[in-house]
Design a protein around this ligand. Sequence first.
Ligand SMILES: CC(C)(COP(=O)(O)OP(=O)(O)OC[C@H]1O[C@@H](n2cnc3c(N)ncnc32)[C@H](O)[C@@H]1OP(=O)(O)O)[C@@H](O)C(=O)NCCC(=O)NCCS
Length: 135
Amino acid sequence: MIPAYRSRGVGGKLIEARYDIVRALNLRGMAAGSLIIDYYKVADHIPVEQYVQDVVDGKRFDTNLSKQLRKGFKVHGLIPNYSIHDLSLGWGVEIVWENPDYTEQRRPEKRIVPRQYAVQAKPIRPTFALKPASA
Ligand SMILES: CC(C)(COP(=O)(O)OP(=O)(O)OC[C@H]1O[C@@H](n2cnc3c(N)ncnc32)[C@H](O)[C@@H]1OP(=O)(O)O)[C@@H](O)C(=O)NCCC(=O)NCCS
């Protein structure tokens, strides 16, 4: 997100909309890769593991990861060579949000199209011959 639009609640609302979809579909949760866009500032003297631990502990603020943690994501691991993003120095952080409302019983119906319709569906072809373009 370009800096002028950060921290105005827009990204948070988009995350909440995604959580709503996950809840509506009764999915277990959502996994994503997060960029640590302030890591470049300290990368010459702080190992990436320490940096991410500090962000998780609230000792450091990362303009991207800290906000995602604030919205309920949890760090599950580090992903090397995740991105060519300069600021994150290639690192991605595996983040997961678990749907607190997920229930085993309410799995959505997987087969959305009734089988008979799926089998019968055929490409529609014109019943008339196409005329060649007139010269
Ligand atoms: C992370 C992201 C959602 C932030 O968007 P944003 O519009 O700047 O953030 P918001 O203003 O909505 O704030 C989100 C949360 O962080 C908090 N926050 C925002 N700025 C803050 C600051 N300077 N200090 C502390 N907390 C802050 C907000 O209070 C909010 O939490 P709340 O809902 O509990 O109040 C957005 O940059 C994004 O989607 N990044 C993903 C990029 C990425 O990693 N892509 C790869 C994965 S596919």
